[in-house]
Design a protein around this ligand. Sequence first.
Ligand code: GTP
Ligand code: MN
Ligand code: MN
Length: 602
Amino acid sequence: TTEFGWFEEEEEGYAEKYRGAVDSLKIENGVLRRYLTYFAALTRPDNIVLIRGDELEGIISSLVSEGKLIRLNGKTYPNSYLYRSDPSDVARSEKNTYICTPEREDAGPTNNWMNPADALARFRDLARGAYSGKTMYVVPYILGPEESPFAETGVEITDNPYVVANMMMITRSGKRALDRIGESTRFVLGVHVTGSLNPEERYIMHLPEDDMILSVNTAYGGNALLSKKCHALRIASVHAKRDGWMAEHMMAIEVVRPDGRAFGITGAFPSASGKTNLSMIMPPSDMEGWKAYLVSDDIAWMHSVNGSLYAINPEYGFFGVAPGTNERTNPNALDAIRHDTIFTNVALTDSGEPWWEGLGPRPPHLIDWQGRDCNGCEQAAHPNSRFTTPILNYRQLSAKYSDPRGLKVDAMLFGGRRSTLVPLVREARNWAQGVLFGAMLRAETTAAITGKVGVVRQDPMAMIAFCGYNMADYFSHWLRMGSMVKDRPRIYYVNWFRKDSKGEFIWPGFGENMRVIEWITGRVSGEITKGIETPIGILPEVDDIRAPGVSRERLEEILSVDRDGWLRELDEVEAFFSQFGDRFPVELRKEIERMREGLENW
Ligand code: GTP
Ligand code: MN
Ligand code: MN
């Protein structure tokens, strides 16, 4: 593990100065005390606050009195607030995100890499004295149901009360977490420094061998709420590979049919491509008796138990995309975010309510996400504006959410935004082809990450930005999980985003996606035995998708196989895979060859 080099701070007496303050927190864990002393000596805060669980209200009221949070209309949005981030700090920043392993190959060709010692040295340069004049907050948290053997613990250190408030909403934090950590050394430490917010000096660095995350010069979402993408995905994915489970960028729902039969479904879609929306799905009104209950909207940790796969949600709250959320697309979300919510980078109406593109008719006057008067401005809310809401606000929460074992998974979906080529739904012939479906995931980019929007990029399992190790090994791990689990979930690839020649979505999406899930439950239960076998998987017969709102002609269009288009797709996918060299699993290579041969003879 990484050499810490306490010495400069110790020689200058800083470690000595902070030891008393750390001791007075009465933390029994010696390793944690040592870390806190070290990082306090480095960052030099005025005082240290340990989050025990009842501080949220106080933190929010001081943010309000400092003008950093704006209290929203208390009649329509009780106990809810607006936060405006720095305009240069509005999305996850992948170019500044690093996996820090001794060997570059272990981070793999798809991650930025840095040596752990260099990462620590860089962090020390940028963080030295960065908390002076400020409070150092210590936020212990649990990821997963408290009683679950699959839960993990972590501690985030930060100088940012907005980060603390969010962490207290999206994780189970405070004393219960500290109690669970106890004397154990198996917790993940995240150190966050708000710093200058200068994007040129921004670093989000992961040291898997030390279970450590170092984040500096950012305060936004996935860059700063270190429990989420940094711990629950990047670091956890390393744990999952080591210990034989899966940490995935997946939503998870329990679907109950009118006959009472329940199905566990997880789904991986790239950022801003529909996980939160699908997890909150409201079945269309003619699908009487169909119910969907939420287990997770963003991350699923899946373990093999008695030969089946079970999913838990490590999180305790939502950090969801606001734009596009409205009464038609996602009434369940609107209900949940009506109280006790922090909105980040949305617009503000004259009556003190949040507003974003796609919520409804635009009010005549708005303040935009940067606090400017918005007279006919093009974009009032930032396209990646978000809501932070406690998961317990959600009215259709599954009982499996708090089950220590979680939700039994019967089907897994992959999907992404593709305006052409990719059919509405197809089923993998077997696990290996399903892994190929995931590895082949390509999607048009969105505003959730800094960079160009609308270009197709390869995003295997929606994990390109979240896999904490070499992705070739990740594919092998997926294949290995298939032999560990006897009762393997079926794997599907869906695409809600096909467009016609006028640029309009062909598939109505949102609640209507339940019609695709209906077909999936029919397949999983063995009730629908017919399907169209193609080289790219099993497609539904057009009559087996019950979609009154879509003409038969348009349905046929999105359930067809464009042979030449798929051959081109395979070329591009193989070009992407070639970067992994010999580390790429042979079994997947065989699946690609099978698909190619099938298409050539199609
Ligand atoms: P992250 O939280 O960034 O990981 O993204 P996510 O996968 O949770 O994405 P989310 O559900 O928030 O969806 C993002 C955008 O996709 C929103 O603007 C939605 O309105 C839109 N969207 C979601 N589902 C559908 C759908 O079925 N059809 C269409 N056309 N748009 C959708
Ligand atoms: Mn996400
Ligand atoms: Mn989401």
